[in-house]
Design a protein around this ligand. Structure first.
Ligand code: F6R
Length: 359
């Protein structure tokens, strides 16, 4: 049954991260990227969609203070004008067949910016093989969003390797430590135990299933985490979910909260970044508490979700792990099979029929 398969895949996350690091290393990744990209690269473009692109967005969030340059993660099939032959580029598509990503490949190749590639095969892997671009094949047979640990370990190493690669050893040790900590939390959940206060998957699923959910994080640089919750609720539980772009939302969106007619705000705690100026930290906390008060006064439920204890990487990834499990339990509670995504597939089919009518 695919509900059970999805649960198994969710519980694989710590193993996918740990084994993904070992596989990448055994295949000469990320050294091949370091060799193929300029040590002075200060701008990187990474293309991908949905459950594949999120691995790059979350990697960028985790590496925010050690990246050598800015990383743009693009999900539009038209490449931005600034990308040229000097840009470091990468493409991620689990299937290797997503039309937007193949279109980006063509534009990158024509501008002389041959990208590294992460996929489980498909046309993208063929193209990278035939041009000699660095590519890493991740294991096939998963739903893309359930291959997150394979993708994350590969992509975090790739980002860290670009522009000289100083961050690679620390990525290895941070991901290894996080995988071990997540495996401990998995043992609680496997036993059906509630785990730490505020992190009980059953209680969260019951409170959120079928409700309007708004996901909030404290930092713009952590927004990718709120998007993972949104995407997992949408694809697994088939429930539209909103991301609150804090601090920006405090300047506009919250004016309308009282008129929403109810809903649940999930505030995901994330570990602080090192070196945040004290005044910024105090201002952020004050704005956050004020926004949560507005939510309560507007009649919205507020669920504050702490991280699992440990390093910044562990805490951050523990919130991803929780999203994955809560979304499966929500699907189960609503009698929905979390694995198939036929509507999403119908959009891909429509594009295929239009672009390749004879195929
Ligand atoms: C499906 C999923 C989707 C896909 C997206 C792009 O499980 O997560 O969001 O990731 O449709 O497809 P790929 O990842 O094959 O490029």
């Amino acid at each position: 049954m695919s509900l059970e398969r999805m649960r198994d895949w969710v519980f694989e996350l710590p193993d996918q991260i740990r084994i993904g690091l070992e596989r990448a290393e055994a295949r000469g990744w990320p050294e091949s990227i370091r060799a193929a990209t300029s040590a002075n690269a200060h701008a990187m473009f990474v293309g991908g969609m949905g459950g594949s692109a999120v691995s790059a967005r979350l990697s960028r969030a985790l590496l925010i203070d050690s990246l050598r340059g800015s990383v743009e993660i693009g999900s539009d099939p038209h490449l931005p004008g600034w990308v040229d032959g000097e840009t470091s580029a990468g493409l991620i598509s689990y299937s290797g067949e997503t039309w937007e990503v193949l279109a980006l490949w063509e534009q990158l190749a024509s501008r002389g910016a041959l990208p590294w590639v992460v996929s489980c095969g498909g046309e993208l892997a063929e193209r990278s093989r035939s041009t000699g671009a660095p590519h890493l094949l991740v294991p096939p047979g998963y739903a893309p969003r359930a291959a997150f640990g394979w993708l994350l370990s590969s992509v975090a190493l790739a980002l860290a390797a670009t522009g000289g690669g100083d961050a690679v050893p620390s990525v290895r040790s941070q991901l290894g430590e996080a995988a071990a900590a997540l495996a401990e939390e998995r043992e609680f959940w496997r036993k059906g135990s509630a785990g730490a206060a505020g992190r009980d998957p059953e209680a969260l699923a019951s409170a959120l299933a079928g409700r309007r959910v708004l996901v909030l994080v404290a930092r713009e640089s952590d927004l990718a985490l709120a998007y993972r919750w949104k995407n997992q609720f949408e694809e697994n539980a088939k429930q539209v979910t909103q991301v609150v772009a804090f601090p920006e939302a405090g300047h506009n969106e919250i004016e309308g909260w009282a008129r929403l007619g109810g809903g649940e705000v999930v505030f995901l705690e994330t570990p602080a970044r090192a070196g945040e100026p004290a005044r910024v930290a105090r201002g952020r906390d004050a704005a956050l508490e004020a926004v949560l008060d507005v939510a309560r006064q507007a009649g919205l439920g507020v669920h504050r979700v702490p991280t699992a204890p440990g390093s910044r990487w562990t805490g951050f990834l523990s919130q991803v792990f929780l999203a994955d499990f809560v979304s499966i339990r929500m699907a189960e509670q609503r009698g929905i099979d979390p694995e198939p995504v036929p509507v999403l597939g119908s959009i891909k089919d429509a594009v295929r029929r239009h672009l390749d009518p004879g195929a």
